[in-house]
Design a protein around this ligand. Structure first.
Ligand code: PLP
Length: 396
């Protein structure tokens, strides 16, 4: 049996999404910017796709949604443009991000920090979440931007973006949120969240890879990251990815339609699976369920290296994740577990299971059997588990 439980990394392209994209490869392949019928036959599908994308995030018509190549590009774009517009010109000197943002935000923040911008990295609390108050405490009159994700890719933790948006508005600070892990899992509404910029990526909600977007509120214009032609109003040059945009539109429409199912049925399946996992001795989950996206579990099995567990799961046909990069001989620990202050043992033992609307009960039942076997096998050969103190109830 093959079981895919790594949906926070990427998702299967929905067959209906694929079907809508297909004609735009070998039949309707015109460049939308050309002046002939090959071009114009792409115009209506593009318009319809963009309407679905706007509707999916409740973006008003006057605001912009600019299609990019991925969320990494959208995140880079916001931070680099803020650097050029506000920091380099000396109008402001500071941005705020959380310490558990995706690397595409953290690495970009570090880059602009190396160019002279002050960057505050907000800590997460013991639940793996951000306290909105810490944003207020760190804003100064020189703060140009706050960038805090809507939901964390590792824990699924939902951050208080609505409150943060209000704090930013009160203080006249621009607010960007990376909503990559939120679309299709929790409601996303740019108007009620008070965001100026919002990032998302089609491949996280059953759309194709290589297409993402940045929502930009009217009046909060950015400098283009890619200069060139007049595509996307000159905001983002490069021939339009017609099939990708059509696919993202369809995927967004379906994500909205399936939201209730995600928030009820998938959550129920996730919770029941998690209950069973937690029956295994010495297991630990960071963020409370009600404060997480409905599909995600980040769980530590004390005494078992995450990579060893992945190996056993992989051998049984199950795809999951540790959320950490494996660098040469050094096994890095999960960055969120580190940020929360988990001890080294726990930080190295985190496994992420992320479900989707394609996940079945049969797959979870099978995974549970394999996990239990793996825990038994790996703890028998684990030196750290054998030496762990008795009854370690304080796991942090
Ligand atoms: N932001 C978050 C929260 C993510 O989880 C990811 C992907 O894992 C990204 C950004 C990057 O997305 P993309 O692959 O579209 O660049």
């Amino acid at each position: 049996m093959r079981v895919y439980l790594d949906n926070n990394a990427t998702t299967i392209v929905d067959p209906q999404v694929f079907a809508e994209m297909e004609p735009f490869f070998v039949q309707k392949y015109g460049n939308p910017n050309s002046l002939h019928a090959f071009a114009s036959e792409t115009h209506q599908p593009l318009k319809q796709a963009m309407e679905k994308i706007y509707a999916g995030i409740h973006a008003p018509k006057e605001d912009s949604v600019v299609v990019t190549s991925c969320a990494t590009e959208s995140n880079n774009w916001v931070l680099k443009s803020i650097y050029f517009q506000y920091i380099l010109t000396g109008r402001k000197n500071h941005i705020i991000i959380s310490e558990v943002e995706h690397p595409s935000v953290i690495a970009t923040a570090k880059f602009i920090e190396s160019q002279g911008c002050r960057v505050t990295y907000l800590p997460i609390n013991h639940e793996g979440l951000i306290d909105a108050q810490t944003v207020r405490d760190n804003i100064t009159d020189k703060t140009a931007l706050v960038s805090v994700m809507m939901a964390n890719n590792e824990t699924g933790g939902i951050f208080p973006v609505q409150e943060i948006g209000e704090i930013c508005k009160e203080n006249n600070v621009l607010f960007h949120t990376d909503a990559v892990q939120a679309i299709g899992k929790i409601p996303v509404d740019v108007q009620s969240f008070n965001v100026d910029y919002l990032t998302f990526s089609a491949h996280k909600f059953h759309g194709p890879k290589g297409v993402g977007a940045l929502y930009i509120k009217k009046g909060r214009e950015l400098l283009p990251l890619l200069h060139g032609g007049s595509q996307m109003g000159g905001y983002r040059s490069g021939t339009l990815n017609v099939a990708g945009i059509v696919g993202m539109g369809k995927a967004m429409e379906q994500a909205v339609d399936a939201l209730d199912y995600e928030m009820t049925d998938i959550k129920e399946m996730r919770d029941a699976f998690e209950d069973e996992l937690l029956k295994i001795e010495d297991t630990f989950v960071v963020t409370p369920r009600e404060k997480r996206t409905p599909n995600t579990i980040l769980i530590s099995f004390r005494g078992i290296e995450g990579e060893s567990m992945l190996w056993d799961l992989n051998c049984a046909g199950i795809g999951a994740s540790t959320g950490s990069a494996c660098a040469s001989e050094d096994l890095e620990s999960n960055p969120v577990m580190e940020a929360i202050g988990a001890d080294a043992d726990l930080a190295h033992t985190a496994i992420r299971f992320s479900l989707s609307r394609y996940t079945t009960q049969e797959e979870l039942d099978y995974t549970l059997v394999i996990v239990k076997d793996a825990v038994k096998r790996l703890r028998e050969i684990s030196s750290s588990y054998a030496y762990a103190p008795e009854g370690h109830d304080s796991k942090l």
